[in-house]
Design a protein around this ligand. Structure first.
Ligand code: PLP
Length: 475
């Protein structure tokens, strides 16, 4: 299996060659040359498989340059109930992503039982084990540099902690994250994890990461890498739970399922698109956004119009507060018939801060063939949904999942079997739950008292040169 760039001007690469990198050299995103396909007989054989068996069956179609026995070991080490232990009472951690049926044909797929209580653990834990394996094979090291306002940074740190050949330098805005998020990251005592609290806002931290990455000499000398959401292995890992969720709520392959996905960077739902292309009987893929509705606008109108930071709003579902959806390019590549010249044309607009309209050329008319529909939510709707699910079903959901449920119910048609992806546990967003329900959510027992643990972090000025020196002294 070779991987090609959406922009068409980079050589095809193997899985291991693209694993540690980010964008393709031509600025595009990597995708497999063609999608593997599962037949009806394949699906029947996969029904009833454990999560790790399913993950191996699916991932081995995408990864052919890691020996099967080694891939098996990596997958088994990743998808264990001990890692994904934060299930609700009555759910079985051995399912890794258990479903919670609210009523017939309406379920939640629990993706946030991992160490950091958000769905990013599903892919990031695999990435940590893949990185360690591949680096060890070639005798190399990597120093991961990132900026976070919450979920991504902690998922990366919990995936990379204690891993051989890997150090993590994670910048976060000083005193701007919630107490829980701060404690989750800063209480890690592993010597390969460096938390840097930057005096400034998230954009300042992000700008420093960009400045360091643009210093190509520094980047090469200190082996700087990233684990951002465009990483192909993260998307690949996320394909698995669409299959798991599908089998959990159907009896036979003749049934269809619709998935509603709380979306920001389009990484999660992009995996759903690929699962559908691989033959999984998915009916609708429902893109749910919050007030930052760049994706909803596209799926309603055919116009993709990324926003600037002044038009990116801070909301109570903060992990979906994005102005442009970095993985969206992967879907558009398929929508325009994998025409890389067209992609270069479209993204030359986007990369200059512009927009494009896919009604031109008749492309937008084909969106329905891919199952996509969309909607947007807002703070008031989230609060309403959290209260409704609590009162109606005795279940507490977080704000992101509430956006997914709100839009999912709106897009549902009679007879649809709807699965809403639960992307975070409510314990992560105590203030919002307090506002909605008048009490704080239950916290998993092993995280009680998290804020009282000793913390390890450096406070630094928002100065790229100072951060470079900090990294240079430690690599
Ligand atoms: C990252 C995140 C999302 C958005 O996922 P994308 O892949 O960026 O679309 C939704 N909910 C939560 C809780 C997240 O952490």
């Amino acid at each position: 299996m070779k991987y090609i760039s959406t922009r068409g001007n980079s050589p095809a690469q193997s899985f291991s060659q693209i694993l540690l990198g980010g964008l393709a050299p031509d600025g595009g995103l990597y995708l497999p040359e063609s999608y593997p396909h599962f037949s009806d007989a394949d699906l029947t054989a996969m029904r009833g498989m454990s999560y790790a068996d399913l993950a191996f069956t699916i991932l081995s179609r995408f990864i052919d340059d890691i020996p099967a026995t080694d891939l098996r070991t990596i997958v088994d080490k990743t998808y264990r109930p001990e890692v994904y232990c934060h299930v609700r009472a009555g759910q079985n951690a051995a399912d890794i992503t258990p479903t919670l049926t609210l009523e017939p044909h309406l379920s939640l797929l629990s993706l946030s039982n991992g160490p950091t209580l958000a769905f990013k653990d599903m892919a990031m834990q695999l990435l940590g084990n893949l990185f360690e394996y591949v680096l060890d094979k070639v005798g190399q090291e990597i120093n991961i540099l990132g900026a976070t306002s919450g979920d991504t940074g902690s998922a990366a740190e919990y995936a990379m902690r204690g891993k051989k050949g890997i150090k993590v330098f994670m910048l976060s805005p000083h005193q701007k994250m919630s107490r829980f998020q701060t404690a989750q990251m800063f209480s890690l005592q592993d010597p390969n994890i460096f938390n840097i609290a930057v005096k400034g806002v998230f954009d300042d931290a992000q700008d420093i990461v960009k400045a360091v990455s643009n210093d190509h000499a520094f980047k090469a000398k200190h082996k700087i890498g990233a684990v951002n959401s465009i990483n192909w292995a993260r998307v690949a890992a996320q394909i698995v739970y669409y299959f798991k969720g599908y089998f959990a709520v159907t009896q036979s392959n003749s049934e269809k399922v619709s998935f509603s996905v709380p979306s920001g960077n389009f990484g999660n739902i992009c995996a759903g698109h690929i699962a559908r292309m691989m033959g999984l009987p998915i009916d609708k893929l429902i893109v749910a956004t919050n007030e930052n509705d760049v994706l909803d606008e596209f799926f309603r109108t055919g116009v993709y119009r990324p926003r600037d930071s002044a038009h990116t709003y801070h909301t109570s579902s903060p992990s979906m507060d994005i102005s442009k959806a970095s993985n969206f390019e992967r879907f558009v590549f398929d929508l325009v018939g994998r025409d890389s010249a067209k992609m270069r044309e479209l993204w030359s607009e986007v990369d200059q801060g512009g927009a494009f309209d896919l009604n031109e050329g008749g492309y937008f008319a084909k969106v329905g063939d891919y199952g996509f529909v969309s909607g947007a939510s807002n703070h008031e709707m989230r609060m309403k949904m959290i209260r409704w699910v609590h009162d109606e079903y005795g279940v507490t959901i977080d704000t992101h999942t509430a956006d997914g449920l709100k839009v999912g119910l709106e897009c549902r048609e009679r007879g649809d079997n709807l699965v809403v992806l639960e992307t975070a546990l409510p314990a992560k967003f105590e203030d919002a739950i307090q506002e909605a329900l008048g009490h704080t959510p239950e916290r998993p027992a092993d995280l009680v008292g998290l804020e009282d643990l000793p913390q390890r972090f450096e406070v630094m000025a928002a100065d790229a040169n100072a951060i470079k020196s900090f990294i240079a002294e430690r690599t």
